[in-house]
Ligand binder design. Structure first.
Ligand SMILES: Nc1nc2c(c(=O)[nH]1)N[C@H]1C(S)=C(S)[C@@H](COP(=O)(O)OP(=O)(O)OC[C@H]3O[C@@H](n4cnc5c(=O)[nH]c(N)nc54)[C@H](O)[C@@H]3O)O[C@H]1N2
Ligand SMILES: Nc1nc2c(c(=O)[nH]1)N[C@H]1C(S)=C(S)[C@@H](COP(=O)(O)OP(=O)(O)OC[C@H]3O[C@@H](n4cnc5c(=O)[nH]c(N)nc54)[C@H](O)[C@@H]3O)O[C@H]1N2
Ligand SMILES: [Mo]
Length: 813
């Protein structure tokens, strides 16, 4: 989230699109209720299904799965054409005036530089700003240059007319325009909309671009950095935000630092590439501090073993041989399927249940020599070899994989911190001792480390240095305490730190740091994650704070827990004030503003605190240009502007924007593995558009181990519309078989008014809803794994699987 849960109550309008907060985030949803009850807010829900979120909305519009870029792209053009955008904000705080290089082009569904053989854009050199001789980006404040971002944006979305959008999305035009007009009202400077989204946007082959289109809409309306505004990703598992923050993705290091590629063997060049210089005069470009963060991380990992002489251990960092995102889960399972992986550790992960195409995942696991499961529960993955009738019909005798189960404690059985969707690090205390032989994940991983280290020390090995040089300074080496680990992430001074200007002592050697502004690139500081620096200071554990004082009355409780970065609650909050530093006209309550001497207010300013409004510095200091981007330059896999492409399995068989070129029916930059393309189904055989989702009464596959949850939601079902049920002769409660080109499941039919047929590209399209919670392990009644049906393809940027749009057939079982 750019904002946070409590802040939702400040919205004038809430748009829930690509998520179903009332059911998947019922506690957080209370802030929507607060906004409606106490801020006179309206709620809009756009979802293929009439969800419980929709049931309390002021406006609901149905949409065909996988078409949100069309819906939002059309809206962007509509706002521009009808002069419903926040002019001053857009002109000053975004890149609309920047001139794009000659090399950029978009034609017939492709951006410039497409390579068909590589299914992507290996050469993105045209996707950038024109840079002048002074080294700065060239701008045209009059917005008249044909290649300024504003004119390219308009041109790109001029194809997304209301008729075209309605035909792609299946949203009836009148309903769509009503939603658009209501959203347009928040273009007034002091009026704010928040966007709440989750998997309905991420789980598509164009997912990242859907989210970008949402962010572009918010920029056009001037809603970023505003209280009650922003782009708010509702995160899933209790610490999934912490997982990304700590760099547990294959191409990342903690704090969104990035791993080098094979081509980057030179340390200085690695740093220089990431420490981007300002692209406008007077601008602050925050990533210029990259080396301070990087060196402090390496000092946290390797201690005295790294110094300037060995480039802070740069040679010990893995170098990626694969293009980003590198070794994502789809890639690793495909490698496993090809027989290229011997062993696999599953720590808190149940892939045969949660990953697409169960048949492929099961076959991949069967090719392993060994599989280690670290989990409090006996998961389906730990029993993938067990024949369970039709639910897991495998030939056990032919599977040679050796499976080790290591029972772990559960989050509620340990102390530690969890990062919530709003980036708050909240400390928690254990509620019970773990049962039986269960051990903490820290103890298991430490045991593994010590054994590996001993083996490397005794027997050598291909590359022992990264393991042998690791620093392990913990009081109990076999099980470091959560407190010690948390302090290490926050960081400390390794020697006395003095103020470079005055020479005064800032931090004594050995003491905890106050925040990342104190980090240095000379090896005198250590911090395991620069974004978390300040979460455990010399004053103690900031994450354990529970002071809910709210002096400005807008839910900015700066004394409650600790938020990254720097305890800031709303990102880009400088943009909540106009160019002169005054809160935007009409804003009910200020967030941050210029008081004549410094930036101040209800939040920690996201800006250089003493930089006066007329000094020429712009609010988006994480971008070297200082403004927010409509034009993504070279950051996205499939192009600088989001374009609608169909899901890989499309019920209409063509992309209405490019009806004649099958190469751009679906995302031309999405990676498809050998053999998976052939497993995509077509609308002739599998005519219905399916989507998968959660139920409030279950949590993924855990609740199969819990009788109470089975009592409240006992049986696997699928949702179909009354019209489709009638067509197929299916009644309420009948058993149906739902099949895709990868397999089938059987379930009870729930015939519902919540789904309605849509008219898409001139045809009737039916949608089928499939909850995901059943499986073949645990205490309660078995069911089919929903992911038997889903396709093995992901978003071109993140490789998040396309769980939300695929094709099925439905028959009476
Ligand atoms: N009770 C419960 N709560 C949970 C979980 C759980 O298992 N049980 N899981 C947690 C986890 S890990 C996560 S990630 C979150 C997920 O939170 P959500 O994303 O809110 O949950 P989902 O139910 O997967 O999907 C949300 C909605 O997306 C809609 N949708 C599908 N395709 C599209 C589309 O193309 N466009 C639009 N606009 N909407 C679409 C679906 O109809 C569905 O209503 O929930 C968390 N909360
Ligand atoms: N079709 C379809 N598939 C989906 C989705 C969808 O919407 N549709 N959603 C996707 C999403 S968003 C998610 S997050 C995934 C979820 O996929 P998974 O993460 O694979 O599923 P979970 O059942 O949440 O598995 C987590 C495991 O962690 C264990 N666990 C709990 N606490 C601890 C602990 O402290 N330590 C250890 N070691 N283990 C612990 C639990 O017992 C559980 O078995 O599913 C994905 N799959
Ligand atoms: Mo999730």
């Amino acid at each position: 989230m750019t904002n946070h849960w409590t802040d939702i109550k400040n919205a004038d309008l809430v748009l829930i699109m690509g998520g179903n907060a009332a059911e998947a985030h019922p506690c957080g949803f209370k802030w929507v209720t607060e906004a409606k009850a106490h801020n006179n807010a309206k709620l809009i829900v756009v979802d293929p299904r009439f969800t419980r979120s929709a049931s309390v909305a002021d406006l609901y519009a149905p949409i065909r799965t996988g078409t949100d870029i069309a819906f939002l792209g059309g809206l962007i053009y509509y706002l521009i054409e009808n002069d419903k955008y926040q002019h001053e904000y857009v002109r000053n705080y975004t890149d609309v005036s920047f001139i794009v290089r000659e090399g950029y082009d978009f034609e017939a569904g492709f951006f410039s530089g497409y390579d068909e053989a590589k299914r992507g854009y290996p050469d993105k050199s045209g996707w950038g700003y024109e840079i002048g001789e002074d080294g700065y980006a060239v701008v045209d404040p009059t917005l008249s240059h044909p290649r300024c971002v504003f004119n390219l944006l308009k041109k790109h979305y001029s194809r997304y007319t209301p008729d075209m959008v309605s035909s792609i999305c299946g949203t009836p035009k009148a309903q769509m325009l009503q939603v658009w007009d209501t959203i347009a009202e928040t273009s007034a400077p002091g009026k704010v909309m928040t966007i709440m989204y989750a998997l309905g946007w991420t789980q598509h082959s164009t997912g990242s671009q859907m989210i970008r289109t949402g962010a572009m809409l918010q920029l056009l309306l001037g809603n970023m950095g505003m209280p009650g505004g922003g782009m708010n990703a509702l995160r899933g598992h209790s610490n999934i935000q912490g997982l990304t923050d700590l760099g547990l993705l294959s191409n990342l290091l903690p704090g969104y630092l990035t791993l080098p590629s094979d081509a980057e063997q030179d340390y200085a060049a690695y740093i220089a590439k990431r420490a981007s210089k300002p692209l406008r005069p007077g601008q602050l470009s925050y990533w210029q501090n990259y080396e301070k963060f990087h060196v402090s991380l390496m000092k946290a990992w390797y201690g005295k073993n790294v110094s300037a002489e060995n480039n802070w251990g740069y040679d010990w960092l893995p170098k990626l041989d694969a293009p980003a995102p590198g070794y994502d889960v789809l890639k690793v399972f495909d490698m496993m399927y090809q027989g290229q992986v011997n062993g696999y550790f599953c720590q808190g992960f149940n892939p045969i249940a949660s990953f697409p195409n169960k048949a492929k995942v099961g076959a991949a696991l069967a090719k392993l020599k060994y599989l280690v499961i670290m989990d409090p529960l006996a998961t389906e993955t730990s029993e993938f070899w067990r024949n369970v009738d039709e639910f897991n019909a495998v030939d056990t005798a032919s599977i040679q994989t050796e499976v080790f189960r290591l029972p772990t404690s559960c989050f509620a059985e340990e102390d530690g911190s969890l990062v919530n969707s709003g980036r708050w690090l909240q400390w928690h205390w254990k509620g019970a001792e773990p049962p039986g032989q269960a051990r903490t994940d820290i103890a298991i991983m430490s045991g593994l480390y010590h054994r590996l280290r001993t083996m490397y020390a005794q027997d050598g090995g291909k590359f022992p240095d990264p393991i042998l040089n690791l620093d392990w300074p913990y009081l109990q080496p076999d099980e470091p305490s959560p407190e010690e680990v948390a302090k290490e992430y926050s960081g400390k001074a390794l020697t006395d730190l003095n103020d470079p200007a005055t020479g005064a002592l800032l931090v004594k050697g050995g003491e905890q740091l106050a925040g990342f502004a104190q980090l240095r690139a000379d090896g005198s500081t250590a911090s395991g994650c620069w974004l978390f620096c300040g979460s455990w200071t010399q004053q103690g554990n900031q994450m354990a704070r529970r002071d809910n004082a709210d002096p400005y009355g807008i839910g900015q409780t700066l004394g409650w827990a600790w938020s990254w970065p720097a305890n800031r609650r709303i990102l880009y909050n400088r943009a909540s004030a106009d160019v002169s530093g005054k809160p935007w006209e009409g804003l009910k309550k200020p967030l941050v503003f210029w008081n004549g001497k410094s930036w101040t207010g209800a939040d920690v300013p996201d800006f250089k605190a003493d930089s006066p409004p007329d000094a020429g510095m712009n609010p988006f200091i994480m971008n070297p240009e200082g403004v927010a981007r409509f034009f993504a330059v070279d950051k996205m896999a499939e192009g600088p502007f989001p374009e609608h492409y169909e899901p890989f399995e499309t019920p209409i068989g063509r992309n209405p924007l490019h009806p004649d070129d099958p190469r751009v029916t679906s995302n031309p930059a999405a990676r498809v593995f050998k053999g998976d393309m052939e497993l995509f189904g077509t609308a002739e055989e599998f005519p219905y558009a399916a989507t998968t989702y959660r139920l409030t009464e279950h949590f993924h596959f855990w609740t199969k181990h819990c009788r109470l949850n089975a009592i409240v939601q006992p049986e696997q079902f699928v949702e179909i519309s009354e019209v489709l049920a009638k067509e197929l002769g299916i009644g309420v409660g009948d058993r149906v078989k739902v099949s895709s080109n990868r397999g089938y499941i059987k379930a009870v039919a729930v015939v519902t008014k919540r789904l309605k047929p849509l008219t898409v590209d001139g045809k009737t399209v039916h949608q089928v809803g499939i909850p995901l919670h059943w499986g073949f392990s645990g205490l309660t009644r078995n069911g089919y794994l929903t992911n038997t049906l889903t396709p093995f393809v992901g978003d071109a940027n993140t490789q998040t699987p396309e769980f939300k749009s695929f094709l099925v057939n439905v028959e009476k079982a």
